[in-house]
Design a protein around this ligand. Structure first.
Ligand code: F0G
Length: 482
């Protein structure tokens, strides 16, 4: 992290890279943005990117590559078997994690598929700090059940707890006593816990989880997709590691775990994924699924060009000037919005800023999808595309009843090295305007509700005429501004 003190006494993020390739953006007039949101059934997943000004839907596969990554892609060695590109990636993973075996996969959920095929059986119970959607789907498909053993404080929307992703170790002991160790194939810890706002766990907590698992002969699996953010937070929030390099912290984390898997769409700024382990038996138990579902053992569904980019991207993940860019931008958004009274998840996490729609739109019942309505209203007001993470992302019970989500969030993801601080400040400004006019925003109802994963492609419409009122208020306040 660059140690820079400002004369003005202000603190703001400072990018330690410059932009050398650009892509032109368009900011459409609000009336056109409203039409775009209507055409996409008030579902931000269905928007066309050409209509979007700042795409904050996700940081998956959309992080900016560096000049070194682009250059490495030209050196890719195309071979079905035994390519030098694979060896370079494998060696980089050994260097970082100190574990000998690597199974490549085309993305993170493919690694989850292999892991669940190998270890989850009907009746298995799989504890984790918190679930992620794709992993849970794979556990369930194999007949297992996910049990979340997050420490209770992790679900408090506002807190100053630096490690809301921490796992409740005594709860694991109680679960083992209740269901029997033979039903627990592994414990999964997710770095930078996605669905609770990109919140980290501490290395001390990981070590405690590891000791508890190993005492009972249970494997500890680390989902390292959001490892970079978690490494940064351990360094700046866990005093014991303030002087350690992020490389040393990564190695200390790996030393506690039996299997590590990752989405390289996030970790390594490329497009791919894989599984790492130092245990030959586990390697052989999972190995057969790679050629069966992904591709031969030396590419696993990834292109050689992407593998080269990931190798360099992993190096950049351990560059402390580089990994703090995302967390710094997110901290800036969260701090500025919080000070302005706009409800956000605190403390800031990795991945993105998370707006609390339950409080932002406290006049709406959860049955009217406040997080989805807010995501649409943000797009109308600004051209910024966020993602609904609330009741719309839940699935109905077989009897048709609808579970209401623990939290109603709109996630504004911050892809690494993509946006400038002025673009981020524009998003903050429009959110503040929307918050001042929040009572205008109404709810949504289904027009077309798919049974499976409805949030991806379901279509909704506004209840009432709030969308037109919002546009009229914008024009009244801002004249002919975009
Ligand atoms: N694990 C975590 C913690 C993730 O955040 C993701 C993806 C995956 C696994 C699956 O990886 O997409 O490469 O198959 N998260 C994306 C997101 C989709 O937008 O948060 P994948």
């Amino acid at each position: 992290m660059p140690k820079v003190t400002y004369f003005s006494g202000e603190t703001f993020p400072l990018e330690m890279h410059k932009v050398r390739i650009i892509q032109k953006l368009t900011l459409l007039p609000i009336e056109v943005r409203l039409r775009a949101v209507q055409d996409s059934g008030y579902n931000t997943f269905l928007l066309q990117n050409k209509d979007v000004f700042l795409d904050m839907l996700t940081d998956s596969g959309v992080n900016a590559m560096s000049d070194r990554q682009q250059a490495a892609m030209l050196l890719a060695d195309d071979a079905y078997a035994g390519s030098a590109t694979f060896t370079r990636l494998h060696n980089k993973l050994i260097e970082i994690f100190g574990q000998r075996y690597f199974l490549p996969a085309h993305q993170g959920r493919a690694a989850e598929h292999i892991l669940c095929k190998a270890y989850v059986r009907p009746g298995s119970i799989v504890p984790c700090n918190y679930h992620f959607t794709t992993w849970k789907a794979h556990v369930t498909e194999q007949g297992g059940t996910v049990v979340e053993l997050l420490k209770k404080e992790g679900l408090e929307v506002n807190s100053d707890n630096p490690f809301k992703g921490n796992f409740d170790v005594p709860a694991l002991e109680a679960l083992i006593a209740e269901v029997g160790v033979e039903h627990i194939p592994y414990v999964r810890m997710e770095a930078g816990t996605n669905l609770i706002g990109g919140q980290p766990f501490s290395l001390a907590n990981l070590r405690e989880v590891s000791a508890a698992c190993h005492k009972h002969g249970i494997k500890l699996v680390l989902d390292a997709s959001l490892l970079a953010d978690n490494l940064h937070f351990i360094k700046v929030r866990e005093p014991e590691f303030a002087d350690a390099s992020v490389g040393e912290i990564a190695r200390a984390m790996a030393d506690t775990t039996d299997i590590i898997y990752f989405s390289a769409r996030k970790l390594g700024f490329g497009r791919g994924g894989g599984i790492v382990t130092d245990d030959e038996v586990s390697y052989k138990e999972m190995r057969g699924f790679v050629p069966m579902y992904e591709g031969f053992l030396t590419y696993g569904g990834m292109s050689v060009r992407e593998m080269e980019a990931i190798t360099v991207g992993l190096d950049e993940t351990l560059d402390e000037d580089m990994i703090n860019q995302g967390p710094q931008f997110i901290a800036h958004i969260v701090k500025t919005l919080d000070e302005a009274g706009v409800p956000v998840i605190t403390p800031p996490g990795g991945l993105g800023a998370h707006v609390d729609a339950m409080r932002f739109l406290d006049h709406l019942p959860q049955e009217q999808y406040p997080a989805a309505a807010l995501a649409s209203a943000i797009f109308i007001a600004s051209g910024v595309r966020g993602m609904e993470r609330g009741t719309m992302s839940e699935q109905r019970e077989p009897d048709g009843t609808e579970p209401l989500a623990d939290m109603e969030l709109v996630r504004l993801a911050v892809p690494r090295r993509v946006f400038t601080l002025s673009q981020v400040n524009y998003a903050i400004d429009r959110l503040m305007w929307l918050h001042a006019n929040r009572k205008i925003v109404g709810g949504l109802k289904w027009v077309e509700e798919p049974e499976l994963l409805r949030f991806f492609y379901g279509r909704l419409e506004p209840i009432g005429d709030w969308h037109n009122e919002l546009v009229a208020k914008f024009r009244a306040d801002f004249g002919d501004s975009l």
